[in-house]
Design a protein around this ligand. Structure first.
Ligand code: GLS
Length: 835
C-alpha cells in the first residue's frame, strides 16, 4: 500500500533522477542558479565543477537511499570495515564512470561552455589516509559496492587530511595543513540526527556478576557524515559513515557568566580536537593521548550504531554474529573488542562467557605489517585514566586467556609473558595486536609471504595455541575501475576493442584480461599498445612542465618510484643507484654515452613530519636532481624529478606513464604493496625484491617478465647479525657504492656534511641491507636497460604483464573476505537506470 498521499502525484515527481542529457543540463543549471546562487556570466570552473558535482550527488543520494531502504527490508548479514584511514582521492570522475554517465556529462558540459576534464581537476582529493593501508580501504569499498555486498565503512571525518608537502629551495620537506573541506564537500551527507554520546575518563565501579557502572568524566558527541559509495554499473550505493566530534553542550555557561571565556570554550575545543587531524605517520604510533581518544571515539560510535541497527531487527542478542561481521583494519580499532564486551555485559546484561562468545564470533583482524615499530602498545596508566572500564575488561579477558594458555602449556612462563595482553615494564603496556588476535575469529595477512611471516614470527605462539586455521591470507587487491578505466582511458578503450567484449565485462571480471595474450605477438596491436603508453608519458611530461617548469624527454624510459618515504622501502637504494648511473655516465666518452638508454627517474612520496632520516633522503633526492638535470654532459641521458605532494590524483597521472617501477624493500619488510599491482595493470614492468605481493605478481606474469634482485627473506636476519658482530666495510662489499657515498659526503651534490646522518645508517648498522643488495640492484637495472633496447620484446612483456593481473582485482579480495570470513552475500538493488 502506498504510504502517503496520492500515489500518482508522488510517482510522477519521483522520476526525477537525471540520466538523459536534457535532464542533466537542467540539473546542473538548477544548481548553478539555486545551490550556488550564480549566473552564466560569473560562473568559473570551480563553480561549474560544484554544480556538476551537486547534480551527480543528487543521483547518488537517490540510489543510496534506495539501497539503504532495500537493505533494511531484506535484513541480510552485513559486514563493517573499521578503518582509521580511507584514502578516497577524487570522486566526480569515478562516480560518473560508475553511473555510466561520463559521456553524457562531457557533452552537456561542453554545451555549457566548459570542459569536463578541466572541471574534474577542480576537485580536491579526499586524503584521509597515509598510504597503502588507507587506499586499500577505499578500493575495498568500491569492490563491495560493485559486487552489491552489504558492506559499510566506518571512519573519522578529519577536518584536515594528510598534510600538503612543500619542497623548500634547499630541498627540505615542509608541511602545510590540508583544508580539504574549505569549499564544502558535495560527496557527504551530514546526518545531524545520527549521533551518540561518547564517554572518556570518569570511574568504573564493579558490581555483582562481572558487570560494572562507568560514570563521570567527559562526554563528547559523535555526529555521522555519510559518504555515498557508488558501485560500478549497479544502483547499489553503499555507505561510508565518518564521525565528527562535537562538544555535547556548546560551552560551559557557568564559566562564561563568571567571565572566564577561555575556560568556557576549553572543553568544547577539546571535544572538537578529537577529529581535527589525521595522524601523519605510516607504520608508527607514539602513544599520544589524542590518538587513543580518536581510536575509542570512533570504535564506540561505530559499535553503538551497529548495535542500534541490530536491535531494530528484534533478534535475540545471541544472533548478533549471524547479522554482523566486523573487520578490524590493523590494530587501530582493537578497542572495539572490549567496547562490545562492555555493551553486552554492562548494558545488555549478557553473562560474561556468552558475551565473549558473541564477540569472538564477530571480529576479524587484518595485520598489515610485521615491522616492530608498528605494533601498537598503549601505556596502562593512560588507558586506566581515559578508559577505566575498558582497562578492567582487558584485565578480565587477559586473566581467562592466560589460564587457557597455562592449561595447554603448563609452566611455560616465557610463553605466558610473550602472549599476555599486558607487557610488563615501566609503565606496563597493552599490546593491541595480542588483544586483536585473541578477540577475533580469524587473523589474516595481506600477501602470501607476509601471512607466512605473521604465522612464524609475531603470531607464532598464537598459532601453537589456536591452530593454524585461524591464521590465513588474503592477498590485497586494487580496483580496476579507478586504476585502469579511470586513470588510463586510452588503454581501457584499446582493451575493450581488442577483447571484443563489453568494457563492463572485463572490468567486473579482470581475469578476462588474459584474452590479451593472443595479441602479444600482433605488430598492429603492439603499436597501439605502445602509442597509449606514449600518450600517457606525454600527459605526465605536461604535468611536470606545468608544475616544475622542466621539459621532459618522452622518448626516454620512465622509471618511477612513488610511495611513502621510509627507510625500509629503500628510496635510498634508488637515489644511490641514480648517483652511480650519473657517475658512470660522467666517466664515459661522448661516443660511449650515445649507446646509453636515456632515462627519466621520477620520485614522489611524503615523509612523516618527525622522521628525520626520511626527510634527509628527500633532500638528497632533490639536490641530486638539481645537479644532474643541469649537467650538459649527461642530461640528455639521465634526468630526475621529485614531484611534490604525492596523492591519489598524482598517482593516476604517474602510474599509466611508467615503463618500469621500483618496489625494492628489504626482503620481508613490505607486507604487500599495492602500487606494484597498479603499475603492472597499466603495462609497466617491475623492478623489485622478492617481497610482499611482488612474489605473487611474478608468479602470475612469469619471472622472465619481472626484474628481481637482492637477498631473500631467510637471509636477512643473518646479514643483520653479521653487520653487528662481523662488519665488513662498504669498500670491500661494494666499491661502487663506496664511491657513491664518498661523492655525497664530499659535497658533490651540495651541502657537505648535511647527509652524514643518513650515510652513516648505511656505513654503520645498515639495518636495511643497502650494502648487501647494491651490486645486484645495479645488475638488475642493467638488465632493464638491455631489455628496453629491444622495444618489441619490451612491449610484449608489457602486454603479458597487464594480461595476467586478474588475480589482483580487489573484487577477488573482497569475495574472499565475504565468503571465507564474513559469510555475507550480495543483495542486488538493480541495474543502473533500470527497474
Ligand atoms: C601497509 C603495508 O606497509 C603495505 O605493504 C600494504 O600494502 C598496505 C595494505 O595492506 O598496508 N601497512 C601499513 O601500516 N601501511 C601500509 O601501507
Amino acid at each position: 500500500k502506498w504510504p502517503r498521499g496520492d500515489e500518482k502525484t508522488w510517482k510522477e515527481a519521483l522520476r526525477g533522477v537525471a540520466t538523459d542529457e536534457p535532464a542533466i543540463t537542467k540539473a546542473i543549471v538548477n544548481h548553478v542558479q539555486t545551490s550556488l546562487a550564480r549566473q552564466p556570466h560569473n560562473l568559473d570552473e570551480l563553480g561549474a565543477y560544484q554544480a556538476a558535482a551537486l547534480s551527480v550527488r543528487d543521483n547518488l543520494i537517490v540510489n543510496w537511499n534506495e539501497t539503504q531502504l532495500h537493505m533494511t527490508r531484506k535484513a541480510p548479514k552485513r559486514a563493517y570495515y573499521l578503518s582509521l584511514e580511507f584514502l578516497m582521492g577524487r570522486t566526480l570522475d569515478n562516480a560518473l564512470l560508475n553511473l555510466g554517465l561520463k559521456n553524457k556529462y562531457s557533452d552537456t558540459i561542453n554545451k555549457l561552455g566548459f570542459n569536463l576534464e578541466d572541471l574534474l581537476d577542480q576537485e580536491r582529493d579526499a586524503a584521509l589516509g597515509n598510504g597503502g593501508l588507507g587506499r586499500l580501504a577505499a578500493c575495498y569499498l568500491d569492490s563491495s559496492a560493485s559486487q552489491e555486498l552489504p558492506v559499510w565503512g566506518y571512519g573519522l571525518r578529519y577536518q584536515y587530511g594528510i598534510f600538503q608537502q612543500l619542497i623548500a629551495p634547499d630541498g627540505q620537506q615542509l608541511e602545510a595543513p590540508d583544508p580539504w573541506l574549505q569549499n564544502q564537500n558535495p560527496w557527504e551527507l551530514p546526518r545531524l540526527d545520527v549521533n551518540y554520546e561518547i564517554r572518556f575518563y570518569g570511574h568504573s565501579e564493579r558490581l555483582e556478576g562481572g558487570k560494572a557502572v562507568w560514570s563521570g568524566g567527559q562526554e563528547v558527541l559523535a555526529v555521522a557524515y555519510d559518504v555515498m559509495i557508488p558501485g560500478y554499473e549497479t544502483r547499489n550505493t553503499n555507505n561510508l559513515r565518518l564521525w565528527e566530534s562535537k562538544p555535547k553542550r556548546g560551552f560551559d555557561l557557568n564559566s562564561f557568566n563568571a567571565g572566564d571565556y577561555e575556560r568556557a570554550v576549553e572543553s568544547s575545543n577539546s571535544a572538537a580536537a578529537i577529529t581535527s587531524v589525521l595522524y601523519p605517520n605510516d607504520h608508527t604510533t607514539f602513544g599520544k593521548e589524542l590518538r587513543l581518544k580518536q581510536q575509542y571515539f570512533w570504535t564506540a560510535a561505530s559499535l553503538a550504531d551497529i548495535m542500534r541497527r541490530f536491535k531494530n531487527l528484534d533478534k535475540p542478542i545471541t544472533e548478533f554474529p549471524d547479522y554482523v561481521a566486523i573487520q578490524l583494519n590493523d590494530t587501530h580499532p582493537t578497542l572495539a573488542i572490549p567496547e562490545l564486551m562492555r555493551i553486552l555485559v554492562d548494558e545488555e546484561d549478557v553473562p560474561w562467557d556468552l558475551a565473549w562468545n558473541i564477540t569472538t564470533n564477530t571480529f576479524f583482524f587484518t595485520n598489515h605489517t610485521v615491522l616492530p615499530e608498528a605494533l601498537e602498545k598503549w601505556p596502562v596508566p593512560l588507558m586506566e585514566q581515559l578508559l577505566p572500564r575498558h582497562m578492567q575488561i582487558v584485565y578480565d579477558i587477559n586473566f581467562a586467556f592466560l589460564q587457557a594458555v597455562d592449561k595447554k602449556f603448563p609452566g611455560d612462563l616465557d610463553k605466558l609473558n610473550r602472549m599476555s595482553i599486558i607487557e610488563e615494564g615501566f609503565p606496563k603496556q597493552v599490546r593491541m595486536a595480542n588483544l586483536a588476535c585473541i578477540g577475533s575469529r580469524k587473523v589474516n595477512g595481506v600477501a602470501e609471504l607476509h601471512s607466512e611471516l605473521v604465522r612464524t614470527t609475531i603470531m607464532k605462539d598464537f598459532v601453537e595455541l589456536y591452530g593454524v586455521s585461524k591464521f590465513a591470507n588474503v592477498t590485497n587487491g586494487i580496483t580496476p575501475r579507478r586504476w585502469l578505466d579511470q586513470c588510463n582511458p586510452g588503454l581501457s578503450q584499446l582493451i575493450t576493442e581488442s577483447l571484443k567484449i563489453p568494457r563492463n565485462t572485463w572490468l567486473k571480471d579482470l581475469y578476462k584480461l588474459e584474452g590479451l595474450l593472443e595479441y602479444a605477438e600482433d605488430p598492429a596491436f603492439q603499436r597501439k599498445w605502445a602509442a597509449v603508453k606514449q600518450s600517457n608519458k606525454q600527459r605526465l611530461a605536461h604535468y611536470v612542465e606545468t608544475t616544475l617548469g622542466h621539459k621532459v624527454n618522452t622518448n626516454a624510459m620512465f622509471d618511477v618510484q612513488v610511495k611513502r618515504l621510509h627507510e625500509y622501502k629503500r628510496q635510498s637504494l634508488n637515489i644511490l643507484g641514480v648517483i652511480h648511473r650519473y657517475l658512470t655516465l660522467k666517466a664515459m666518452s661522448a661516443e660511449e654515452r650515445k649507446k646509453v638508454n636515456p632515462k627519466v627517474v621520477f620520485f614522489a612520496g611524503k615523509a612523516a613530519p618527525g622522521y628525520y632520516i626520511a626527510k634527509l633522503i628527500i633532500r638528497l633526492i632533490v639536490n641530486v636532481a638539481r645537479v644532474i638535470n643541469e649537467d650538459p654532459d649527461t642530461k640528455e641521458y639521465l634526468t630526475m624529478f621529485f614531484l611534490p605532494d604525492y596523492s591519489v590524483s598524482l598517482a593516476e597521472v604517474l602510474i599509466p606513464a611508467s615503463d618500469i617501477s621500483q618496489h625494492i624493500s628489504t626482503a620481508g619488510t613490505e607486507a604487500s604493496g599495492t602500487s606494484n599491482m597498479k603499475f603492472c595493470l597499466n603495462g609497466g614492468l617491475l623492478v623489485g625484491t622478492v617481497d610482499g605481493a611482488n612474489i605473487e605478481i611474478a608468479e602470475e606474469v612469469g619471472e622472465n617478465n619481472v626484474f628481481f634482485f637482492g637477498h631473500l627473506t631467510p637471509a636477512v636476519e643473518g646479514l643483520r647479525y653479521q653487520h653487528s658482530y662481523h662488519p665488513v666495510p662498504v669498500e670491500q662489499k661494494s666499491p661502487a657504492l663506496a664511491t657513491v657515498l664518498k661523492e655525497v659526503s664530499a659535497g658533490r651534490f651540495g651541502d657537505p656534511g648535511v647527509y652524514e646522518p643518513f650515510l652513516n645508517t648505511v656505513r654503520q648498522h645498515d639495518y636495511y641491507l643497502l650494502t648487501d643488495d647494491f651490486e645486484s640492484y645495479i645488475r638488475a637495472l642493467s638488465m632493464v636497460d638491455e631489455a628496453y633496447q629491444d622495444r618489441t620484446e619490451w612491449i610484449k612483456k608489457s602486454i603479458r604483464t597487464a594480461a595476467k593481473m586478474g588475480k589482483f582485482s580487489s573484487d577477488r579480495a573482497i569475495q574472499d573476505y565475504a565468503q571465507e570470513y564474513w559469510n555475507i552475500e550480495s543483495v542486488k538493488l538493480g541495474d543502473v537506470n533500470g527497474a
